[in-house]
Design a protein around this ligand. Sequence first.
Ligand code: G3P
Length: 218
Amino acid sequence: MKFFIDTANIEEIKSLSETGLIDGVTTNPTLIAKSGNDIKDTIRNICKIIKGPVSAEVTAINSTGMIEEGKILFDIAENVVVKVPLTFEGLIACNKLREIDIPVNVTLCFSSSQALLAAKAGATFISPFIGRLDDIGLDGMNLISEIRTIYDNYDNITTEILAASIRTNNHVINAALQGADVATIPPKILKELFDHPLTKSGLDTFLDDWGKTGQKIV
Ligand code: G3P
């Protein structure tokens, strides 16, 4: 499973990239707004740190505008993936951008039928939003599972399932169990994946016992 981080915060991206575990980054207009920085500078800076796919979202609502913005965003760096919303206009833009070999992440996916349409439009990634479905009392993970089954029924579908709107450690694990290709994880949740109380207490014991020996390795 690939791990992307869902943030536009350069310092966090720098720090987490040191783990060697980060395969890509996703941003959206909310995350760019939160960063307080210019979108093009932000995407350029992220692409200098992370060599894998970096999603940058268009903000136009018609396909012509999305295509125009998508081309500008893709010009920033060769690893930019243009993110478009799962709307009628968004899928027109997806189709056209894919025709000129620009990778596309179709975002704001909340149903299997939408995911099927995105695959037919040639999406590189489909982003089902798990957390936001859970928020309204539905089962976000069930959507990942349905999309996996549908995509696996057709050899010609190459769209990768990118589990988004991840809020918990369990979301990551369950997305992996359902066969999502990618999870885009907020930095806070990614850091939590490292932790287990038994790891902490086990390490405390090892270090106490080691201290008693008076030995040193270096
Ligand atoms: O990248 C979009 C997505 O991950 C949003 O997450 O927590 O705002 O629903 P959230």
